[in-house]
Design a protein around this ligand. Structure first.
Ligand SMILES: Cc1cc2nc3c(=O)[nH]c(=O)nc-3n(C[C@H](O)[C@H](O)[C@H](O)COP(=O)(O)O)c2cc1C
Length: 413
C-alpha cells in the first residue's frame, strides 16, 4: 500500500530513510539525484542490496527484561554510540555547501566515525579543523602519481586521522549510464543543468558556488595552477586512478601507515584472508552500493562466508543497502562488527545539511534500539545467527546461494 510522506521542507518529520530519500528526490535537480541514488548498468545489484535484507526474518524472543537496552558498540577498539560509521562519498558538495564538514559534524554529534573521501569537496585539513573531537577516517584512492599518494597519506597522518580506508573496487569506474547521460562534459554545468537548477531554487541557493559546482578540496594542490575547477578536478582524478593497484601496493601502504588500516571492496573469503595476512585491521564487505560491477552479489549475502574465514582476526564492516536500524542488526547477527552508511546519511544531508544528516543518524539509531527490544535481545552482543531464519516467501529459490553458512543451531538455509 502506498503511504503518504511529508513534504520535503518538513524533513525533520521524516520517519524513515526512504522518506528522506523521497524528499531528497523532490529537492534535488535530476542530475544530482541520479548521481546519488542510482547504480551501475541495469542496477540489479543496487536492488539486490535491499532484497538481501528482506530474505532474512527475525526469530523474536519474548518475556525478556528490556530495562537496559543498549546499542553502544566498539569500532576499531574505541567506544561509539552505535555500530556505524559514515561511508566515504565523493562530490558531496553537489548536495549541500560544505557538505563534508556537515556530515563530519553530524557524525561527531552522534558519536560515530566519519570517513572522508579522497574526492571530497572539503579538504582533509578543513574537515579535521571542523571536528577536533570527532573520529575521522580517510578513504584513499591510490593515485598513479606515487608522490601525490604519499603526500595524501602524510596529510592524513598530520590531520590525526584514526584510520586509512583503501578502496580497491573502483580502480575502473562502473558504467553509470545515468551519470554519463547527465554529464557529457564531466562536472561542468550545461544549459540543461542550469534550467534544472532554476527549477530547484532551494537546492541552487544552498549547493551552488558562485558560478559552478564545488571542486575537490584534497586534490587542488596536485592540479596545475589555474585549473582548479570541478571539471579540471574530475578530469584529473579520472586520469589518476591507479590501474596498477595490487596487493603489493597495499603491502607498501601498510609499511608507511602505522595507524589503523581498513580495506574497502571485499566480497570473498580469499581476499579477506589476504587482507588479514598483510596486516590490515579491518575490511569493508561492499559492492560500492551497487555502483560498480552489476550482478555482483549483495554484500549481505557475502558476509557469512567472510565472517567464518576471518571474523576472529579482522574487524568486519559491511555496507550497501543499509536503510534501517533493523538492517544494521541483521548485519551484526550475521557476524559484522559494524556497518557503513552511504546514501542513508546523504539523503538526510541533501534535505537538511548537518541537521538532516543528524536526523538520518537519529532514525537509524532509534530503529536499531527498537529492533533490539522487539527482538528480545537488548544487547548487541546477543545478536547472532540464531536470531534469523530465511524468509519463507523468498526461500529456498529466493535465498542467496552464499547464505548457507549454518549457525550453531543448524537452522539456517
Ligand atoms: C554518491 C556516492 C559517492 C560515493 N563515493 C565514494 C568514494 O568517493 N569512495 C568510496 O570508497 N566509496 C564511495 N561510494 C561508495 C560508498 O562508500 C558505500 O560503499 C556505498 O554508498 C554503500 O551503499 P549504500 O549507499 O547503499 O549505503 C560512494 C557512494 C555514493 C552513493
Amino acid at each position: 500500500m502506498k503511504r503518504r510522506f511529508a513534504r520535503s521542507h518538513r524533513w525533520h518529520h521524516a520517519q524513515s530513510i526512504d522518506e528522506l530519500a523521497a524528499m531528497a528526490r523532490q529537492r534535488l535537480p535530476a542530475f544530482a539525484w541520479e548521481y546519488v541514488s542510482a547504480g551501475a548498468e541495469d542496477e540489479r545489484t543496487l536492488a539486490d542490496n535491499r532484497h538481501a535484507f528482506q530474505r532474512w526474518q527475525w526469530r523474536p524472543r519474548t518475556l525478556v527484561d528490556l530495562s537496559e537496552t543498549d546499542s553502544r558498540a566498539t569500532l576499531l577498539g574505541r567506544d561509539c554510540a552505535m555500530p556505524l560509521a559514515i561511508a566515504p562519498t565523493g562530490y558531496n558538495g553537489m548536495l549541500w555547501r560544505d557538505a563534508d564538514i556537515a556530515l563530519a559534524r553530524a557524525a561527531q554529534r552522534h558519536d560515530v566515525p566519519f570517513t572522508l573521501s579522497t574526492v571530497s569537496c572539503n579538504s582533509l585539513e578543513e574537515v579535521a579543523a571542523a571536528v577536533p573531537e570527532g573520529r575521522l577516517w580517510f578513504q584513499l584512492y591510490p593515485l598513479r602519481d606515487k608522490q601525490a599518494t604519499r603526500d595524501l597519506i602524510e596529510r592524513a597522518r598530520a590531520a590525526n586521522t584514526e584510520a586509512l580506508v583503501i578502496t580497491t573496487d573502483a580502480v575502473v569506474l562502473g558504467r553509470r549510464e545515468w551519470d554519463s547521460r547527465s554529464y557529457l562534459s564531466p562536472r561542468r554545468l550545461t544549459p540543461g543543468h542550469t534550467l534544472d537548477a532554476l527549477c530547484h531554487p532551494r537546492w541552487a541557493a544552498q549547493a551552488l558556488w558562485p558560478d559552478s559546482l564545488p571542486t575537490l578540496g584534497n586534490l587542488l594542490k596536485y592540479l596545475p595552477a589555474g585549473q582548479h575547477s570541478a571539471a579540471s578536478a574530475a578530469t584529473y582524478i579520472g586520469q589518476q586512478m591507479a590501474s596498477d593497484l595490487t596487493w603489493d601496493t597495499l603491502t607498501e601502504i601498510r609499511r608507511h601507515w602505522s595507524g589503523k588500516l581498513i580495506v574497502k571492496g571485499i566480497l570473498g573469503a580469499e581476499d579477506a584472508r589476504r587482507c588479514q595476512q598483510l596486516g590490515a585491521d579491518g575490511i569493508v564487505v561492499t559492492n560500492h552500493g551497487g555502483r560498480q560491477l552489476d550482478d555482483s552479489p549483495a554484500s549481505l549475502d557475502c558476509l557469512p562466508a567472510i565472517v567464518d574465514a576471518v571474523g576472529q582476526e579482522l574487524e568486519i564492516l559491511l555496507d550497501s543497502g543499509i536503510r534501517r536500524g533493523s538492517d544494521i542488526a541483521k548485519a551484526l547477527a550475521l557476524g559484522a562488527h559494524g556497518v557503513l552508511s552511504g546514501r542513508a546519511t546523504l539523503y538526510g544531508l541533501a534535505v537538511g545539511g548537518e541537521a538532516g544528516a543528524a536526523h538520518a543518524l537519529t532514525l537509524l539509531h532509534e530503529q536499531l534500539h527498537n529492533t533490539l527490544a522487539l527482538l528480545g535481545r537488548p544487547r548487541l552482543a546477543q545478536l547472532d545467527r540464531d536470531c534469523l531464519s530465511p524468509s519463507p516467501q523468498l526461500s529456498p529459490s529466493g535465498a542467496p546461494a552464499t547464505a548457507t553458512a549454518q549457525p550453531a543451531t543448524g537452522d539456517l538455509p
